[in-house]
Design a protein around this ligand. Structure first.
Ligand code: SAH
Ligand code: SF4
Ligand code: F3S
Length: 466
């Protein structure tokens, strides 16, 4: 009998990838995805811990799920509730204490054990018949075995697919929880990645975005080949070259990169691989050397500009996006100005900016000179105004050009489809659905702050009446 699975995914693209894998993993157990938690036999919250009050948000979502659970029980149906992801990793047992109606708590490195956990909970339920399910299970280890070895091959793919190649982080930026929730850096073996990429393309992917918390720190093992007798380590540059040989794979991207790990091989790849899209998300966080040091980013503003410069030499039309934190402890007016100056110098095509917020247990949380909330807000607005203006300026440079757009989604407005240019600009267009999954040339006529649009630039000759 088929069962309904509801998954709510928070946070980064790695969580989106994990939720897809969880869906694949539960298919053999007859779970089918539903968008309606009221109908779910199993509800999973795949959580993110990067922002302030992340836990509260999870507990309030859990409260809503509990209402559905109660309603279902009144009708004689069950709903198992599970919490995964980075809040689960950080909170662990605390989740069962605060929400005893939760059956399973698992981390980003243990979700491959979900089928076992479900079996165990179901056995407990049978044993406790009518008296609840007994105590829930918490599994937030960092197991020695790689979860990737236990995951089934993908069962479906969207036009634009994600593929996790690297996980975890050894950088320990002083503001960040990721090294604690995702664990130490790990790179998947080359062959596994190639196999998964080929599979995604067979299933219809035209674009693959390689994922990792520090994706460009990738250093995976490749099996020995005829020309090399021993196993070797490949960097991301080499991996991209190999992926580009997959027939039918038209676009490659990777995210998120750390400026320190942009090696020459990878920079060169941007000039050599046509499928590698001319857009890079390269978080800088701040333009002030003093703050970069306090953040433990291990590079200066000048180092960052140098990387940008080298990438522009390799691929002159490359566009950049970034992450910024304002109001990091000790940030002065001059530090803030240095960030604004760096933005003006690079001219980002997109960016995300955040007010610094304390993540418990991270070094920056206990630093002196925490910045006042009102000042953080003021600086954030100032930075965002500048970033918005830069994004619009960038969008306007494409008016009058023809852009190949990969349409991959239905838009919110009826009759509209949504696509992306090589530079990650969003393109809403009123066009037939048959263009979904195709790259179509669009003559860009309008630029907005967050999108651009135009008309299909058909190369077919227009029939002229005789
Ligand atoms: N691995 C990526 C980023 C992961 S977190 C990298 O190294 O760049 C995504 C973004 O969230 C970060 O780039 C940072 O800008 C922001 N962020 C992380 N912790 C934060 C905190 N405590 N306060 C505010 N923003 C934070
Ligand atoms: Fe967090 Fe820094 Fe690692 Fe990025 S590099 S995940 S910001 S610790
Ligand atoms: Fe969030 Fe964890 Fe990703 S904290 S940003 S879901 S790595």
């Amino acid at each position: 009998m088929s069962k309904n699975l509801y998954i709510k995914t928070y946070g980064c693209q790695m969580n989106v990838y994990d939720s897809d894998r969880i869906t694949d993993l539960l298919k053999p157990l007859n779970y089918q995805l539903t968008n309606d938690p009221a109908q779910a036999d199993l509800s999973i919250l795949n959580t993110c811990h990067i922002r302030e009050k992340a836990e509260q948000k999870v507990y309030s979502d859990l409260g809503r799920l509990r209402e559905h659970q109660t309603n279902r029980r009144q009708q004689g149906d069950e709903m198992l509730i599970a919490v995964g992801g980075c809040v689960a990793q950080a909170e662990g047992d605390e989740i069962l204490r605060q929400a005893p109606y939760v059956s399973m708590v698992f981390g980003p490195q243990t979700y491959h054990r979900l089928p076992e956990m479900i079996a165990q909970i179901t056995r407990q339920q049978d044993a406790y018949k009518g008296k609840g399910a007994g105590r829930g299970i918490v599994d937030t280890d960092f197991p020695i075995e790689s979860k990737f070895d236990s995951l089934p091959i993908p069962q479906s793919s969207s036009t634009s697919a994600f593929l996790s190649i690297q996980e975890g982080c050894d950088k320990f930026c002083t503001f960040c929880v990721v090294p604690y929730t995702r664990g130490a850096e790990y790179s998947r073996p080359v062959e596994d990645i190639l196999q998964e990429a080929k599979r995604l393309v067979e299933l219809g992917a035209k674009e693959i975005t390689l994922l990792g918390q520090n994706v460009n720190a990738y250093h995976g093992q490749a099996l020995r080949t005829s020309s090399h007798s021993s196993a070797q380590e490949w960097g991301l540059g080499r991996l991209l070259h190999e992926l580009a040989t997959i027939e039918g794979l038209q676009r490659l991207r990777y995210t998120t990169s750390h400026p320190r790990d942009m090696d020459q091989d990878l920079i060169d790849a941007h000039g050599q691989i046509p499928q590698l899209m001319p857009f890079l998300h390269l978080p800088v966080q701040s333009g002030s050397d003093a703050l970069l040091k306090a953040m433990n980013r291990k590079h200066t503003a000048k180092d960052y500009l140098h990387v940008v410069d080298s990438l522009r030499k390799a691929r002159p039309d490359i566009a950049f996006s970034s992450d910024f934190i304002v109001g990091f402890p000790g940030e002065t007016a001059q530090d803030h100005q240095a960030t604004l100056d760096l933005v003006k110098e690079v001219g980002f095509a997109q960016a995300y900016s955040f007010k610094y917020s304390v993540r418990p247990g991270t070094p920056a949380g206990s630093m002196d000179l925490q910045v006042k909330e009102s000042l953080k807000t003021e600086r954030l607005y100032e930075l965002q105004d500048l970033l918005k203006e830069r994004q619009w300026t960038f969008n306007k440079t494409k008016v009058g050009t023809v852009q190949p757009v990969l349409f991959d989604r239905i838009g919110k407005v009826p009759g509209q489809i949504l696509g992306k240019t090589p530079y990650m600009q969003s393109v809403p267009l009123e066009a037939p659905k048959r263009l979904l999954g195709c790259i179509t040339d669009i003559l860009i006529q309008e630029a907005y702050a967050n999108s651009i649009t135009g008309i299909i630039s058909s190369l077919e000759p227009i029939a002229v009446a005789a």
